[in-house]
Structures are given as C-alpha cells and as structure tokens.
Design a protein around this ligand. Structure first.
Ligand SMILES: [Zn+2]
Length: 324
C-alpha cells in the first residue's frame, strides 16, 4: 500500500514539474517572439566619431558606399574624402533602422577632391588655375608662343581642391596674366630700345626740357654737323646720369663749356655739355638718375640747354635712336 501510495506521489510531483517547465517554455517563447517582433539584429553605423544610425545589411551598405560614393568615375576627381565608416552589431528597435537616412548622412560627409592645375611662371606673380591637364598644357603653349621674350619659366603644378574652377574665374585669371605679360613685353621693348651696346639707359638726362636741336643738323652758329641732342631747359635744371658709370671728364672745356663725360663700359660714353655747375669729379661712380650737373649756357651756346651726346667707341650716335 505504502509503495503504491509513494508511486502516486512521485507521479503527481513529476506532472507538476512538467507543467511548470511547459509554462516557463511558453513564456520564454512568448518573450522571444515579442522581442523579435519589436527588435531586430542590426548594425550601428559610426562615421568618424559620430554614430549616425542603424542599418540591417552591412555588406550591401558597404558595397553601395564603395560603388556609388567612393568609386566615382566623374572627370577630374582625384579622390573622395570620407570619414571612416565602422559598424557594430546590436539588437535594436526595428523602427530605428533607416538605411536611406544613414546613407544620406554618408553622402553628405563625402567630399569630392578635384584635380586642379596651376599654370604659373617664375617671371610673373599671376597664376591661372584650370580643371584639366589638357587645358593647362594648351595654356602653356599659348603663353609660350605669345610671350616667348618675357616668359621662359612656365610650369604646371597639380593641386587637389574641394572645388573646381569656374569658367568665369579662368577667364579672369587668363586676362590678368595676359595683361601682366603684355606690360612686361612692352617694358622689355622699351628697355631694348633704350639699350646702347648692352648699356641700358635707365634714366633720361633731364626731367622736362624740349628738343631744340637734333642730332645731325647743321644750323645757326654751328659750322659742323651736330653730334648730339640739345634739350632746352631752364637754368639750374638738374642733369642726370642716364646709366650707371664712372665720371671720365668733369670740368671746363672749349665749345662744350662745363662738360661731364661718363664712361658706362662696353665702349659707351655719354656727354653732358654747357652745364652751369658740375656736381661730380673725375672717378666719381654714378648711378642712373643721379644728378651730376645743372643746366646752363657755358661754352658755345646761345641759351640755357643741355647738349647730350652718346658715343660708342668714340663715335657719336643719334641719341634719339634710344631716347626721346
Ligand atoms: Zn648741342
């Protein structure tokens, strides 16, 4: 009897236990179901330092970044700058997963970096920036062709910029460099014109003054062909050295009156005659534009003027070939 009773008791306890397990299992299943309905395995996406949202499929998401954002074939893009994208696995509320929104944030962060080409030269401070190497090369060719006399150091530098250069900016820069090189060309022409046997006449012998007798004329009191250029100016007007040199003569002479002769080297000498006074002595080193004497009417002269003469290896040449 006791035995049977005991067996019943065991059976009863077992059944009770099994029921508890069933309830627990059902409860767990219910809880998991609820969790799975509301939550989903996902990836939190971090861009740089900032978490920007949740996505479901990491592989697809990264492929889209690689193919559509980073691997662009757009012309002249050097590369795309993008902060580091990282993923971490999480269970999140389904409603938080929004791949489109996260992708938009990645797109916003992506910065195209363009190739920009700088055309510049050592002879000019202006530079032109263009968007393609072909355009840069063509510009160099044009500038070389048009400005070969003043431009020999053109170079192309590749730069990486966040923006391309607008047509308007290119046009403006081209105009600016052309203008600048035109001015240099003109300056060089002037300089070449004012260069006597390699000696550049940086200064005029007088400020103001008017031509009263030209080189080669035979007129008035003269019994010989005029070997210089006469510049009428008021008494005391400063007379300037036309180029750097060393004073060779400084003093009273016959026909020239008070005369200064400057030796500029290369066989080039300049004469300044009829001076009222002289500021230099033989051996004085003078700079172009430096006052060496003052206008007067000494020697064979009928009025205040400067007799200016240029000689190359002892022979006078027409000063107006170089100045005035
Ligand atoms: Zn004269």
């Amino acid at each position: 009897m006791t035995f049977i009773l005991n067996e019943d008791l065991i059976d009863y306890n077992l059944k009770k236990k099994i029921n508890i397990y069933k309830i627990i299992t059902i409860a767990i299943v219910l809880i998991i179901s609820i969790i799975l309905i509301k939550f989903k395995p996902a990836y939190a996406v971090t861009l740089g330092e900032e978490e920007i949202g949740y996505i479901g499929n990491r592989t697809e998401f990264q492929e889209e970044i690689d193919n559509n954002i980073l691997n662009t074939n757009k012309e002249n893009i050097a590369f795309v700058a993008l902060d580091n994208v990282s993923y971490s696995f999480e269970f999140v509320d389904r409603s938080l997963i929004n791949e489109e929104k996260v992708m938009d944030k990645v797109k916003e962060n992506a910065q195209n970096i363009y190739f920009v080409y700088e055309v510049s030269s050592g002879n000019d401070e202006n530079a032109v920036y263009v968007n393609s190497l072909e355009e840069a090369k063509s510009l160099v060719e044009t500038l070389k062709k048009n400005y070969s006399e003043v431009e020999d150091d053109l170079k192309i530098t590749t730069l990486y910029l966040e923006n391309q250069i607008s047509e308007e900016e290119i046009k403006e820069a081209k105009a600016k460099i052309s203008q600048s090189l035109d001015a240099k060309l003109e300056e060089k022409k002037q300089r070449d014109k004012r260069t006597v046997n390699g000696i550049y006449l940086a200064s005029l012998p007088l400020t103001g003054g008017t031509i009263s007798s030209r080189y080669g004329s035979v007129e008035g009191v003269r019994d010989h062909v005029h070997g210089g250029l006469d510049l009428a100016a008021s008494y005391g007007t400063p007379i300037k050295a036309v180029a750097d040199g060393v004073v060779k003569t400084a003093g009273k002479t016959g026909g020239y009156g008070n005369l200064v002769v400057i030796d500029h080297g290369n066989g080039v000498e300049t004469y300044y005659g009829h001076c009222s006074s002289i500021n230099v002595t033989v051996g004085t080193e003078v700079k172009a534009g430096e006052t060496i004497a003052k206008v007067g009417s000494t020697g064979n002269s009928t009025g205040n003027h400067l007799h200016f003469e240029i000689r190359i290896n002892g022979s006078s040449v027409n000063p107006q070939k170089y100045i005035y």
